[in-house]
Design a protein around this ligand. Structure first.
Ligand code: HEC
Length: 394
């Protein structure tokens, strides 16, 4: 029977390809241990979504050495026992993040205010919610949100975990205007969510707890680690000593690194991710219209204190500060150089230790230019264009 042989060979080849060793590997694909969707399930999700047959790799990327050891590694806020990140969980989180049906009138998704090209913040000073109303603060970059040691979220740190945070914009009166009851019902009517929840959590139950966990997993998977600065650190092989240059940096970038380390890093924007460990007052105003942490705790000693997210990709995240008051990085540097206000809660590091009054950095124009050159080395265009963080809807 001449027809038998080719059919048999094709069938044998197809069977062999179920072995992990035969699995196709791209940069983003999970190398092993990851089972794809069944054929029927893949057809269901493919009607609406552009997802790979086997999840992208959200957990095992090749992080450089400076991410894997302290200080950066010790700032990871992943609750490994209750919500470890998985490739299927983050995939579900990605779909939820880009889904406008999370808002009551299907007009706003998380990404409306957190755009990948801007390192997941909004280039507008304030963002528009589902009825066109504006938020009262500037949206925040989500890059490396995972590496914030106290694990609290928002400018005023009112969300004590990322899992708590993710359900808040959905229910916010200006942002998305939903109730969690109607959210669960609404998502349960969609077959692709049944498939995705089952893949991520083992069964088709669509609950608020799982929604919050999947969104948190996707956000924790947003790790920016491929900037010029990362390449420099990897080439050097250790944390640079105060006067040590980074290989591959221009003279100006290296000068910027030194000026930044001397004036801005220290206990403020520190670690290789330029993250501040707690919220602080940086002397923006003498009297704050928005008291930040003080508004939440009711304590005057917390007035004017705000979280500072990681400065990774900071050149893409304008405008700056909690109220987006500075349109450019030059205005930010001018604030630290000459504009710090003598607020009673002004952080010690911005005060003269002898007199207790504000100590402006008085940077020269050359130093400011060098800092900007250094901040540009924190831009990671692989992160802002990576398909695994992009809109999956067709
Ligand atoms: C209408 C605009 C808007 C929408 C929609 C929105 N956000 Fe935000 N997001 C903001 C603003 C503004 C802030 C800062 C608010 C504050 O601190 O009070 C913020 C802050 C955050 C933070 C805190 C980051 C940090 O480092 O502390 C996270 C995380 C976040 N949003 C995730 C989400 C998720 C997940 C969704 C979708 C479920 C979402 N956002 C929807 C505007 C929005």
């Amino acid at each position: 029977m001449p027809m038998r042989t080719p059919t048999f060979i094709a069938a044998a080849l197809a069977a062999t390809c179920f072995l992990p060793a035969c699995k196709k590997d791209s940069d983003n694909a999970t190398p092993s241990g990851n089972t794809g969707f069944s054929k029927t399930d893949y057809e269901i999700i493919s009607a609406t979504l552009n997802l790979p047959e086997s999840a992208f790799n959200y957990t095992g990327f090749n992080l450089p050495a400076h991410f894997l050891a302290p200080p950066v590694a010790s700032t990871d806020n992943t609750p490994v026992n209750t919500n470890p990140t998985t490739n299927d969980g983050a995939t579900l989180g990605r779909v939820l993040f880009y889904d406008k049906t999370l808002s009551i009138n299907n007009t706003i998704a998380c990404t409306s205010c957190h755009k990948q090209a801007n390192s997941f913040t909004d280039p507008s000073q304030f963002s528009q919610g589902f009825l066109g109303g504006l938020t009262d603060r500037n949206s925040m970059s989500l890059a490396n949100a995972r590496y914030y040691v106290n694990g609290k979220f928002f400018w005023d740190e009112r969300a004590v975990t990322l899992e708590d945070q993710t359900l808040m914009p959905i229910q916010h009166a200006v942002e998305m205007g939903m109730t969690l009851d109607s959210l669960e019902k609404k998502l349960s009517t969609k077959d692709y969510y049944k498939v995705l929840f089952k893949k991520a959590f083992g069964d088709e139950n669509i609950t608020r707890d799982r929604i919050s966990k999947a969104l948190a997993q996707f956000i924790r998977a947003m790790v920016s680690y491929q900037s010029k600065y990362d390449d420099g650190l990897t080439a050097l092989g250790h944390a640079p000593a105060p006067n040590e240059d980074l290989p591959g940096f221009t003279q100006q970038e290296n000068q910027g690194l030194r000026v930044f380390t001397a004036n801005c890093a220290g206990p403020c924007h520190n670690t290789e991710l330029q993250t501040m460990p707690v919220a602080r007052n940086n002397g923006l105003d003498l009297v704050y219209a928005d008291n930040g942490v003080g508004k939440i705790t009711g304590r005057t000693i917390d007035n004017g204190k705000f979280k500072s997210p990681s400065l990774r990709n900071v050149m893409l995240t304008a405008p700056y500060m909690h109220d987006g008051r500075f349109q450019t990085i030059e205005q930010v540097l001018e604030h630290y150089s000459t504009g710090i206000k003598n607020h009673p809660n002004l952080d010690n590091r911005l005060k003269d230790p002898a007199t207790g009054v504000a100590r402006p950095l008085n940077l020269t124009q050359q130093q400011k230019n060098a800092i900007v050159a250094f901040l540009n080395t924190l831009t990671d265009s692989k992160f802002t264009t990576d398909i695994k963080y992009s809109d999956p809807f067709k």
